[in-house]
Design a binder for this molecule. Structure first.
Ligand code: NAD
Length: 509
């Protein structure tokens, strides 16, 4: 990073911001080798507040070489405790920047500052969790009495390529960085080009934590350039990607020639099923928070609410009242519940879905417009559509904004069919007092993660990921370590070796 300029937007009057967000390669802050840059906007006003270094294949090559050197020298072979000690210091350094991180994240992504504050805490926890996990990790061993002992010898795969989206950038970057580094991989991270600001702190955090140069490398840039070069690099054996399903499909195709290990956390259109016997207060609190917090830009949001018909009208009435009262405002304002969507392109996409929903015949219950008091920036009022049917695009497609689609159902059978009637399968939520029904539904809904009578709360040990078009593979807990390491089996004979004796002629029998 170079000089800083004061932020001019309402989002963060006090923030000192870089003029150029640089790469971090081999412990140094660098511009792009070709000198190219891209514009970075603040969503509250859409002003260009700085530029990012636009990485190309040359910058990726530089970063991969640094990561290869650091892998051997000797990050990959350090004792787990030595790596964990550095990761713990990483967590401390993140927490020490709690306020600054939240300020930058709110300014750069449009997330309400009160919600951005939680991101730093979660990011620090990612490092502490995987530091603990790697120290406590034990391996499988298999005894075959009198014959063999077999044991697993695990080793880090090599240079991991990490590609992340813009919705909760810092949290998602650390969600990948922490297990990769704990496992002994070195990394090249390509952050999303719409939200590069908070990642610009990672270099100084790494230095403060004592991370050796080259272990963590960051190359900023456009997905089709820097991201593409990382995916196609022959000496990057792993890609952990979070983003849109169509991008994930392209990355899978581009990884095929090099047979890369892939972890894909993709889009969602998750059902929130509310039965008439549910605790409606709790169900509504959770459903409303989930779709309108993080600006509705949450991969696991219950964006399709399925409601049993006998309580349908009551739920619509309550939704209408609550959604109309959701406070839309400046991301920098502590009272804001719904901030500014990330980028004018995304804003156009989300608002277009509002028009599509109306044209398809869904009933716009509340919202769907720019609030009068926010004439500039990517602001949309909390929006609810009722009477949405599976034939509609707004039922099928991920909107990734503060737009809730509500559909009535009569029977459990119908609820399962509706829940599964999309190509996605990331998360699901079931609200009912009948536990037997809840478990039956949980087994039948096609999703990687399911919550029963619960808000979206995760323990970091649990597997995270989706089925169908929502992803490939699992991260979280040991699943992450499995991804970043190769488990190799060693077979040891401890008895007499009985081998058929070829080439011995008649003597063999
Ligand atoms: P995106 O797919 O547009 O971009 C994600 C990242 O991929 C960015 O860094 C981008 O630069 C890069 N990229 C784009 N094209 C590329 C290419 N050809 N090769 C390599 N890299 C490329 O996604 P987005 O719009 O940033 O994020 C929103 C999406 O992410 C939503 O669909 C959301 O559901 C999903 N998401 C999923 C999860 C999950 O855990 N399942 C979590 C958060 C977000």
């Amino acid at each position: 990073m170079t000089a800083t300029v004061p932020a001019t937007s309402t989002s963060s009057q006090s923030a000192q911001l870089p003029e150029l967000i640089t790469h971090y390669i081999d412990g140094a802050q660098l511009p792009s080798s070709a000198g190219e840059t891209f514009e970075v906007l603040t969503p509250a006003t859409n002003e260009v507040y700085c530029h990012g270094a636009a990485g190309q294949a040359d910058d990726i090559e530089l970063a991969v070489r640094a990561a290869e050197r650091a892998f051997l020298g000797p990050w990959s072979s350090l004792p787990a405790r030595a790596r964990a000690t550095i990761l713990m210091r990483f967590a401390d350094a993140i927490e020490a920047r709690d306020g600054r991180l939240a300020e930058l994240e709110a300014f750069d992504t449009g997330l309400p500052i009160s919600q951005a504050r939680g991101q730093a805490k979660r990011a620090a926890e990612n490092f502490r969790f995987f530091a603990d996990l790697i120290v406590g990790l034990n391996e499988d061993a298999f005894g075959v009495p009198g014959q063999q002992v077999n044991y697993v010898n695990r080793r880090p795969v090599g240079v991991a390529g990490l590609i992340t989206p813009w919705n909760t950038p810092f949290m998602l970057e650390t969600w990948k960085l922490a297990p990769a580094l704990a496992a002994g991989c070195t990394v090249v991270l390509k952050p999303a080009e719409w939200s590069p600001l908070s990642a610009s702190l990672l270099g100084e955090i790494a230095e403060q934590a004592g991370l050796p140069p080259g272990v963590l490398n960051i190359v900023h840039g456009i997905g089709e350039q820097a991201g593409d070069a990382l995916v196609k690099h022959p000496r990057v054996p792993l890609i952990s990607f979070t983003g849109e399903t169509t991008t994930g499909q392209l990355i899978a195709r581009n990884s095929a020639d090099n047979l890369k290990g892939l972890s894909m956390e993709l889009g969602g259109k998750s059902p929130c099923v509310i039965f008439a016997d549910a605790d409606l207060d709790a169900a509504l609190d959770s459903a409303i928070f989930q779709i309108f917090s993080l600006n509705g830009e949450r991969c696991t949001a219950g964006s399709r609410m399925l409601v049993q018909r006998s309580v349908y009208q009551e739920v619509l009435d309550r939704l209408q009242k609550r959604a109309a009262a959701v406070r839309v405002g400046s991301p920098a304002d502590d009272r804001t519940e719904l901030g500014a969507l990330i980028h004018p392109e995304h804003y156009a996409r989300v608002t277009d879905y509002v028009r599509v929903g109306q044209a398809e015949g869904a009933r716009l219950l509340v919202g769907g417009h720019r609030p009068d008091h926010l004439p500039v920036g990517n602001f949309l009022s909390a929006t609810v559509f009722a009477d949405v049917t599976p034939a509609m695009r707004i039922f099928q497609e991920e909107i990734f904004g503060p737009v809730l689609c509500v559909t009535p159902f009569d029977t459990e059978e119908e609820a399962v069919a509706l829940a599964n009637d999309t190509r996605y399968g990331l998360a699901g939520y079931i609200w009912t007092a009948d536990l037997s029904r809840a478990h039956t539904m949980a087994a039948r809904i096609d999703s990687g993660m399911l919550w029963i009578n619960s808000h979206n709360v995760r323990d970091l040990r649990t597997p995270f990921g989706g089925v169908k078009a929502s992803g490939l593979g699992r991260e979280g807990g040991r699943h992450s370590i499995d991804f970043y390491t190769e488990s190799r089996i060693v077979h040891v004979n401890i008895g007499t070796v009985h081998v058929p004796r070829f080439g011995m002629g008649d003597e063999a029998s």
